[in-house]
Design a protein around this ligand. Structure first.
Ligand code: FAD
Length: 297
């Protein structure tokens, strides 16, 4: 099976290329600019253009799809990549299947619907299937070789272009939770924003990054929106996830249920998170977290 891969970020591209080996035997990456070291058999390189938005490379990617004639195009699950996927699907009369959490050998996919309470199976029936997926879904582990053939293709100017009027830097989110091996999730059990200092201390003690539930980011605004986990946020698969003061509603836990080990700290012994956790500590986080920090130190 031939698999094409495209991503906005280099780390996501590398992960998708390695993971794609679990699905197919010919992996080809579409890269804008110079190709890095990837676990790909072939690299299609589109020359970088000045003052061009990522979305304006859609026509060039579509042209690669025509020549490559792959069975599936895997795309990173970012907002801009989803936009590109939608445009590609419209151009090619194919389907864009978003936020896929499982891909079978026959290219049938599974994704969560209705806020995470149901799983829908979908399969593209025409053309190259365009599948958008996040970290940890494809678990092939091919080493990056960098020995793939590189073919440079022409940039195609889109008919309806987006004009870049100005650029402004967003406040930087220093963490890349998708790449983190250990994550501590903060929930509404944490009473005050200042108390995040204590959670950060625990994170530092074990080399973890901080994520949160939606209310902590959207309602309290204590942590950036880019760090909330769940069906409408990040879908992650770290080695260790520690849920601190999180009830464990499905909309949150679907974002972490592929973690290798889940630890939960909650004062309510009936909290749903304790049923999903590998290790549960029933207790007040204001006692448990300082005790853990002191032991770990
Ligand atoms: C369509 C839809 C999409 C959604 N998408 C997301 C999403 O992507 N991500 C997401 O996170 N949520 C999402 N939600 C919201 C989700 O349903 C929950 O409301 C949310 O995850 C709850 O957050 P929480 O666990 O922080 O808070 P709560 O549910 O209020 O839980 C707080 C927990 O802290 C415990 N606690 C309190 N004090 C202490 C203490 N001192 N020590 C120890 N434990 C304590 C309590 O026992 C409780 O279990 C979505 C909801 C909908 C309807």
């Amino acid at each position: 099976m031939k698999i094409l891969v495209f991503a906005e970020r280099n780390t996501a591209l590398a992960e998708l290329c390695s993971g794609a080996r679990s699905l197919g035997d010919q992996i080809e990456a579409i890269v804008i600019g110079a190709p890095g070291t990837l676990a790909a058999d072939k690299i299609w390189s589109i020359p970088v253009q000045d003052n061009v938005m990522l979305e304006d490379y859609t026509e060039s990617i579509a042209a690669v799809m025509d020549v490559a004639a792959a069975d599936i195009l895997l795309i990173e699950s970012s907002k801009r990549c989803k936009l590109i996927a939608g445009r590609l699907a419209a151009m090619k009369g194919s389907s864009a299947i978003t936020d896929v959490m499982e891909i079978a050998d026959n290219l049938s996919t599974k994704r969560m619907v209705y806020g995470g309470v149901a799983v829908r199976k979908e399969k593209a029936v025409a053309g190259t299937a365009i599948v958008i997926t996040g970290p940890g879904v494809l678990t092939g582990a091919a080493a990056a070789t960098g020995q793939g053939i590189v073919e440079t293709v022409a940039y195609i100017d889109p008919v309806s272009k987006v004009k870049v009027v100005s650029r402004e830097q967003k406040p930087k989110v220093s963490v890349n939770l998708s790449a983190a091996k250990k994550i501590i999730g903060v929930g509404r059990g944490v009473a005050k924003q200042e108390d995040l200092t204590m959670i950060r201390e625990l994170a530092d003690a074990i080399g973890a990054e901080l994520g949160c539930t939606r209310p902590i980011a959207e309602a309290e605004k204590w942590l950036p929106k880019e760090t909330y986990i769940g069906v409408s946020g990040l879908m992650l698969a770290p080695e260790l996830y520690i849920a601190v003061g999180i009830s464990g509603q499905i909309q949150h836990t679907v974002g972490v249920n592929r973690s290798k080990v889940i630890v939960a700290i909650n004062k309510d012994k009936n909290a749903p998170i304790l049923k999903q956790a590998d290790y549960g500590i029933v207790g007040d986080l204001y006692k448990v977290v300082p005790a853990l920090i002191s032991q770990l130190k």
